[in-house]
Design a binder for this molecule. Structure first.
Ligand code: AMP
Ligand code: MG
Length: 314
């Protein structure tokens, strides 16, 4: 299969969800909307199903996947939760927070899901379509973003179709995703300490509030394995913190910096996060050979936006 074959797309109505569950149980891959971005799901307990995700994405196999489950009880069968992990789950699940925890011995997970690590990344998503698929399939689902590895993440079914085509066995169309940025990943270390491995919609400050302690200093700066410096690449040079467009640049504006398009004219960072990938897709398709992006304040979810923009620019 290749991108020349048109992908199979179904609306995220009960019939489409039942078909998605059938494909997943049989070991296939299905692109499903979540509140962050579209994920390419497969059953997490079968090595061949997990291998199909890596193959469809062209993803390096040292980069582990996030496992999606319907609730904390299902998560607790796969990983060991201490009081801090339970507190984070209570505060942020369902939602855009991924917990990296010690993998439970005998957990029914293919080794490739966590790239051979003794830990596993778990999330309970909030999106009604992903929740319905999880319930109908009755299995933990591994689901990275539904795009070719290194490309801009998909926030609509059309983005998925353009990037993966028929490499996904099925695409469930549930409209545009609401948050637009991948989940925050936090590692809760069994011996004490925690750190954010990938910034996202749940801020480090919000996590510190729940845990009542700051992130570990000595381990700060550690990133999730497989997080590549260059990622989310729109296929053109990207210049950051641009106040105005230079010749040959398509400017993505923010707030007072008006561009060809804007992440948020009112300077709203939540809106900017939701629109970031759609704007990068639009800039990639524009006639200008280069992309410039207005400065984004490094506060709240702005830290996650700037993280993605830095990776898009190298
Ligand atoms: P994606 O599925 O594309 O959103 O990427 C998932 C991210 O989760 C990758 O950057 C991984 O490095 C990270 N991740 C998954 N499993 C683990 C784990 N066991 N430990 C640390 N990071 C992980
Ligand atoms: Mg991704």
């Amino acid at each position: 299969m290749n991108t020349q074959t048109p992908p199979k797309v179904l609306p995220a109505v009960p019939g489409g969800i039942a078909e998605a569950a059938r494909v997943l149980v049989a070991g296939g891959t299905v692109a499903v909307p979540t509140e962050t971005v579209y994920g390419l799901a497969a059953r997490a307990d079968r090595p061949e199903a997990v291998a199909a995700i890596y193959r469809a994405k062209g993803r390096p196999d040292f980069n582990p996947l996030i496992v999606h489950v319907p609730h904390l009880a299902a998560a607790a069968t796969l990983a060991v939760f201490d009081d801090r992990a339970r507190a984070l789950a209570a505060a942020f699940w369902p939602g855009p927070l991924t917990l990296v925890l010690p993998r439970r011995e005998g957990a029914p997970l293919a080794a490739a899901v966590s790239a051979g690590l003794p830990t596993v990344a778990l999330r309970v998503p909030a999106h009604p379509v992903m929740r319905a698929v999880l319930e109908a399939a009755g299995l933990p689902l591994a689901a990275p973003s539904a795009n070719r590895s290194g490309g801009v993440s998909p926030t609509s079914a059309a983005h998925v179709a353009a990037s993966l085509g028929a490499r996904a066995d099925l695409i469930l169309d549930g409209g545009t995703t609401e948050r637009g940025l991948e989940s925050t990943i936090v590692a809760v270390r069994p011996g004490g300490g925690w750190q954010v491995l990938r910034p996202g919609p749940v801020t480090e400050a919000a996590i510190a509030d729940v845990l009542g302690e700051a992130p570990s200093e000595e381990e700060r700066g550690i990133e999730a394995p497989g997080q590549l410096a260059s990622h989310y690449a729109p296929g053109k040079p990207v210049r950051l913190a641009a106040e105005r467009a230079e010749d040959g640049e398509f400017l993505i504006g923010f707030g007072a910096v008006a561009g060809s398009i804007s992440l948020s004219q009112s300077g709203d960072l939540v809106e900017a996060a939701a629109r970031l990938y759609a704007c990068l897709h639009e800039a990639a398709a524009a006639p200008e050979p280069r992309i410039a992006v207005a400065p984004i304040p490094e506060e709240g979810i702005g830290a996650a936006i700037n993280d993605r923009l830095r990776r898009a620019s190298v």
